[in-house]
Design a protein around this ligand. Sequence first.
Ligand code: GDP
Length: 296
Amino acid sequence: MAFENLSEKLQKALRKLTGKGKISENDINQASREIRLALLEADVNFKVVKKFIKTIKAEALGKEVQESLNPGQQIIKIVNDELTKMMGSDTASIIEAKHIPTIIMMVGLQGTGKTTTVGKLANYLIKNKKARPLLIAGDIYRPAAIDQLKTIGASLDVPVYSENNTDVVAIVENGLMQADRNHNDYVIIDTAGRLEIDDQLMDELKNIVDVAHPENIILVADAMTGQVAATVAEGFNSKLKLTGLILTKLDGDTRGGAALSIREVTGLPILFTGQGEKLTELDTFHPDRMASRILG
Ligand code: GDP
């Protein structure tokens, strides 16, 4: 699990405080130092860590003692609440269109898991909203990506719109017309990825936005890339106005900090996390549950 090390270190830092009848400023300082190190080692953005520690200290020192909690428990609660806030507090969801179809455009760099996540999201919508989605194959430069999407569509019994040409704007327009004809309630557009952000890719994505007017523009980011994921998200967001993020590969042996700081760095909500290669391995992201899981 991505947060094993972080969990262990935070729990260790906080364990020293539990059971103490009274906690001194010195105890708080020492715990803060250990929490700071644990977060930095987990690859949480250093500015985010700085702000986090400052809040924890201020809260811990200024807090009136609640009768129901001993001082150690109170600090654990403060850390838990701040971790939750850092990850965005509320659970975010797909923005629904007033009239069907709700359009979801998926963007991201190559290899992040974008095409797989299109399938996972379709599966999620079918299971949770009884949806009838249509997928549009807009990752036209990699023929393998179109085949991959078709295979995913077949396994879910979901139609995939594709064309054998390189005019992706026309493909998206035609796909949307098919969705109208067939009364699909959701359309998920897979788009091209590249190894890094470049102007040509952004122009192409902007052209798609201009014809599709998607309610949702979701960046698929690979949690294994750590803080790079946050930088990539900022890059895409400055050009496209993203509505949310999906973090993939949280099942991997990552340091996990990307997930913790990406919300704070970008201001964008994390909607889901990918927890494996299978189409069922997509979880709704609950900041509070994630915080509790990290603190054990
Ligand atoms: P794309 O280039 O962004 O469309 O990426 P793909 O969807 O082709 O995925 C790249 C690789 O990542 C594939 O081997 C996927 O099976 C794998 N993958 C995608 N999501 C996850 C995830 O959440 N966890 C794990 N472990 N692997 C994933």
